[in-house]
Ligand binder design. Structure first.
Ligand SMILES: Nc1ncnc2c1ncn2[C@@H]1O[C@H](COP(=O)(O)OP(=O)(O)O)[C@@H](O)[C@H]1O
Ligand SMILES: [Mg+2]
Length: 363
């Protein structure tokens, strides 16, 4: 733990008087959980009459401040930097509700239905990948090729404002940035030596910075977010063990479980040569999930909620009729409508959303 997390407000006033001259500290303790490099406090900027967050540390934070400024948009805005006799602090944008750390989200998700938890998890990780893609920069370019090196749930903030949309199972898609990556204290250029990452999330034994290590950590975060249980590195090491982990905390849908496993495996092997980039992983997620017809996903959700056993095509069409009727404004089941839904069942099976077993379909 950092020395900074042992400080109270009187200590801060003694060590960094220019900070307390300008900023008021309304809470008796720092925000968030104690961690390795510093302590982050909620504060009020008297000069600008504005709420801010202030990170205080006994280590020089200047490179973190520089990275935050360089990697604009997907990380916090930094306002001011302070230093006095070996103590350092910077004031930054306060990430308040609905900004929520993935750490808090993992706890809060308890009780939510598992399928929705997976679907939310895919949306969140897609936004994490968008942010990481920005941090990692364009392959082969010399500019902006950074590795965060400490991707973990506490360092990822999500704009968590899920909205119910009767026409879509996805709840977060909006025309805004959904994720901010914080804590750029360990950020390094690609190819540099790095250490000090969180042992639960960092790819073990990888000490040279590579964008794939952030993606490996993102895969661990994703599995923890959707299953509610942190997978070990042993689990991450083999696709069959990742499969066991997912099945033990299943979404309720074979297809969604498989997409989660495929995604985690792809992301976990991003560190090996020829492995995917963040942009490539986003393309895969789009083709496997986000680009599927919304009605198919609504139909799948209905099946997971009702939990029928294996059904024949006609039985499945009858079960799904109310879902289609609601969306298409149908009142009665005519022959052609029933046929159209049976066609949908076939399409869902072709797309892998349903599994065919002879004349029966499972979800
Ligand atoms: N800008 C911010 N707004 C709100 N909370 C923040 C902000 N920055 C950090 N925090 C909280 O403080 C915690 C520690 O911050 P972080 O920068 O990760 O420090 P450390 O280097 O000590 O891990 C975060 O996990 C988060 O809960
Ligand atoms: Mg941190």
């Amino acid at each position: 733990m950092s020395l900074a997390s042992t400080l109270d407000i009187a200590d801060i006033a003694r060590l960094l008087p220019s900070l307390t001259d300008r900023f008021e500290f309304p809470d008796p303790r720092p925000m968030g959980r104690p961690s390795g490099f510093g302590a982050v406090w909620r504060a009020h900027d008297r000069l600008l009459d504005q709420a801010v967050a202030i990170k205080i540390s006994d280590s020089d934070l200047s490179s973190e401040v520089r990275y935050c400024r360089k990697i604009d948009g997907h990380t916090v805005r930094v306002y001011d930097y302070f230093e006095r006799s070996g103590w350092y602090a910077y004031a930054m944008e306060l990430l308040a509700e609905p900004w929520t750390t993935i750490d808090a989200l993992i706890g809060r998700h308890d009780g939510c239905d598992m399928l929705q938890r997976y679907l939310d998890g895919f949306e969140v990780i897609d936004a994490v990948l968008a942010a990481l893609g920005h941090i990692h920069g364009v392959p082969y370019s010399r500019e902006r090729r950074h590795v965060h090196a400490d991707i973990q749930p506490r360092n990822l903030f999500v704009w968590w404002q899920p909205k119910g949309n009767p026409r879509d199972v996805f709840r977060l898609q909006a025309g805004r940035d959904l994720v901010k990556v914080i804590d750029l204290g360990l950020t390094v250029q690609k190819g540099e030596w790095h250490e000090g990452r969180h042992p639960n999330y960092a790819n073990p034994g990888r000490d040279v910075a590579h964008h794939g290590h952030d993606l490996y950590s993102a895969a661990v975060v994703f599995l923890e977010l959707v299953t509610g249980v942190l997978p070990s590195h042993h689990t991450m090491g083999h696709s069959s063990r990742v499969m066991d982990h997912v099945i033990a905390h299943s979404s309720g849908s074979i297809a969604i479980d498989c997409i989660a496993v495929e995604f985690a495996n792809e992301a976990a092997r991003a560190g090996v040569s020829g492995g995917p980039t963040a942009a490539r992983l986003r393309q895969l997620l789009a083709s496997w999930l986000f680009d599927l017809p919304p009605m198919h996903l609504l139909a799948l959700r209905e099946l997971v909620r009702q939990q029928p056993g294996p059904l024949k095509k006609s039985e499945m069409a009858a079960l799904l009729f109310p879902v289609y009727a609601k969306h298409l404004g149908w009142k009665n089941a005519t022959g052609s409508r029933t046929e159209a839904i049976q066609e949908e069942v076939l399409e869902m099976a072709d797309a892998g959303l349903l599994v065919r077993d002879g004349y029966h379909y499972r979800y």
